[in-house]
Design a binder for this molecule. Structure first.
Ligand code: ADP
Ligand code: TYD
Length: 208
C-alpha cells in the first residue's frame, strides 16, 4: 500500500448491511496488521455529527431539497478536512459508511432530478472520490425489512418506502457502471459471513 493511504466507501440502500459489514472488515484488516480508521456519513467529525442530527431527525419537510444538499455537503466538507484527509496523509485506510454517492442518489433522485446540482457542489466543495466503493446490492424488500427491525430516531429516509428504495437500488447500479474503476458490486442477500468473506477478498485484492 502506498504511503498516501486508501479511501474505501460503503454504499447501498437502507438496511443492506453496510454498518455490519464495515465493522467486520475493519476488524479483519486490523487483524491483518493494517491501520484502519472507521467513519461514517453524515457525520464522522464533531461538527458533521451535529449536522447529522439536523438532517436525520425531525419533520421530513424541515428542509427544502436544495438546502438538504447544502447541509450534507457542509457535513462532508468538515468530515473531509478534519477526519478523512488527515488520516489518508498518515497512510491509514479510511473505511467510510456512505459518502458522496449517497447524496447523488438520495438528494439527486428522491425529490426531483437534482443530480447535476449535487455534482456541481461536489466538484466545488469536495473534489475527492473514493479509491474503492463497495456497493452492497440487494432487493429492497430484504433491506427494508432489516432496517425496520431497528428502532431509531433517524427514520426520515427509511420512511421513503419500497418504490423509492427500488429507484435507489437501480440508481446505485447505474452509478457503479458510471464509475467502473472504483465500484465493486457485492450481493448482500446472503448470510453475514459469506458477504463478509466476499468483501474482504475484494478489498485485499484492491490493496495488493
Ligand atoms: P445498513 O447499515 O446498510 O443500514 P445494517 O448493517 O445496520 O445495514 O443492517 C441492518 C439490519 O440487518 C441489522 O439488524 C443487521 O444485524 C441485519 N443484517 C445485516 N446483514 C445481514 C445479513 N447478511 N443477513 C441477515 N441480517 C443482516
Ligand atoms: P445511515 O446511517 O447510513 O443509514 P442506514 O444505516 O439506514 O443506511 O444514513 C442515514 C440516512 O441518511 C440514510 O437513510 C441515507 C441518508 N443520506 C442521505 O440522504 N444523503 C447523504 O449524503 C448521506 C451520506 C446519507
Amino acid at each position: 500500500m502506498s504511503a498516501a493511504g486508501r479511501f474505501i466507501t460503503f454504499e447501498g440502500i437502507d438496511g443492506s448491511g453496510k454498518s455490519t459489514q464495515i465493522r467486520t472488515l475493519a476488524d479483519s484488516l486490523r487483524a491483518a496488521g493494517h491501520d484502519v480508521v472507521l467513519t461514517r456519513e453524515p457525520g464522522g467529525s464533531p461538527g458533521a455529527e451535529e449536522i447529522r442530527r439536523l438532517v436525520l431527525e425531525g419533520d421530513p419537510d424541515r428542509w427544502s431539497a436544495e438546502t438538504e444538499i447544502l447541509l450534507f455537503t457542509a457535513a462532508r466538507r468538515d468530515h473531509l478536512e478534519r477526519t478523512i484527509l488527515p488520516a489518508l496523509a498518515r497512510g491509514q485506510i479510511v473505511l467510510c459508511d456512505r459518502f458522496a454517492d449517497s447524496t447523488r442518489m438520495y438528494q439527486g433522485l428522491s425529490r426531483g432530478d437534482l443530480r447535476a446540482t449535487v455534482d456541481q457542489l461536489h466538484k466545488l466543495m469536495i473534489g475527492r472520490e473514493p479509491d474503492l466503493t463497495i456497493l452492497i446490492d440487494m432487493d429492497p424488500s430484504v433491506g427494508l425489512a432489516r432496517a425496520k427491525s431497528r428502532e431509531t430516531a433517524e427514520e426520515r429516509f427509511e420512511d421513503f418506502g419500497e418504490p423509492l428504495q427500488r429507484q435507489m437500488r437501480a440508481g446505485f447500479l447505474t452509478l457503479a457502471k458510471e464509475f467502473p474503476d472504483r465500484f465493486r458490486v457485492i450481493d448482500g442477500a446472503r448470510d453475514i459471513d459469506t458477504v463478509a468473506a466476499d468483501i474482504l477478498a475484494t478489498v485485499m485484492a484492491d490493496l495488493a
